[in-house]
Every structure is written in C-alpha cells, then in structure tokens.
Design a protein around this ligand. Structure first.
Ligand code: MN
Length: 134
C-alpha cells in the first residue's frame, strides 16, 4: 500500500492536444493503468484522438459533449459514463456555456502510450453541438 498525499500539482492541458483552457489532476499512475481528472473550461475540448485499449470517462461536474467519428455530438451530465472503443476516433469536452469535469481511465499499450492524438476539433465541428439548455 502506498498513500500519495494531495501534493501533486495540477497541470495545464497542452495546446497541442486541447482547445481552450484545461486543467488535469493525476488520479492513478499504476502502469499500464492511468486515470486523470480533467477540468474543461466552457468551450474547451480535446483534439480528435484514439486509445489503444479504449477509454472510460465518468462525468463528475458540469455539462459535457462527446462525439465519435461519424456519429452525432452527445450531451453528457454528471453520473454519465462513456466508453470509447479501442482505436475509435473521438473527442470530449465541455459545453459552450458550462464547465465540465470527468474522470478518464485508460490502459497504456506495450509502448506505454494510452492515447494517439490527431487534429484539433474545429469551431465548425464543435458548433454542431445540440443546445445543452434545451
Ligand atoms: Mn478520449
């Protein structure tokens, strides 16, 4: 057993991988298992990406959006869980007018990577989200 006290710095989501303001807290670092809490400001979102072994996200706060390639944008709320299939291209983030926090859980592949990043989600793509207040 190892207790890690609440002394790990929050870090900023890099601009290469995210649009907008994103902060990340490490939840679990037990390779190949990794889990993070990701805090998205309104309008912030990941770039398009895939996970070699898939990914589970669990929304803890706010209102979020997610989309798989070829699918429509889904609205997600606290308590909602989303599983992205292995190598399914997708993105996730906050609604335009609300913050969103989710826990993200994924396994790294044999090279140690839990994710492969693609291009940013354009404003046009993001703008196709349904009205979260409806
Ligand atoms: Mn993902």
């Amino acid at each position: 057993m190892k207790v890690t006290r609440n002394g790990i710095d929050t870090f900023r989501g890099p601009g290469d991988w995210f649009t907008g303001t994103v902060f990340i807290d490490a939840v679990a670092d037990a390779p190949p298992l990794g889990a993070i809490a990701v805090h998205f400001a309104p309008g912030a979102r990941t770039a398009w990406h895939t996970h070699p072994h898939g990914q589970t996200i669990w929304v803890t706060e706010g209102i979020g959006l997610c989309q798989r390639e070829g699918g429509s944008i889904e609205i997600i709320h606290p308590g909602d869980r989303v599983f992205f299939e292995p190598n399914e291209n997708h993105w996730h983030g906050a609604a335009p007018n609300r913050m969103m926090t989710h826990i993200a859980i994924a396994l790294a592949d044999d090279s140690g990577s839990p994710v492969t990043w693609g291009r940013h989600v354009s404003d046009e793509e993001y703008g196709e989200a349904p009205d979260v207040t409806a």
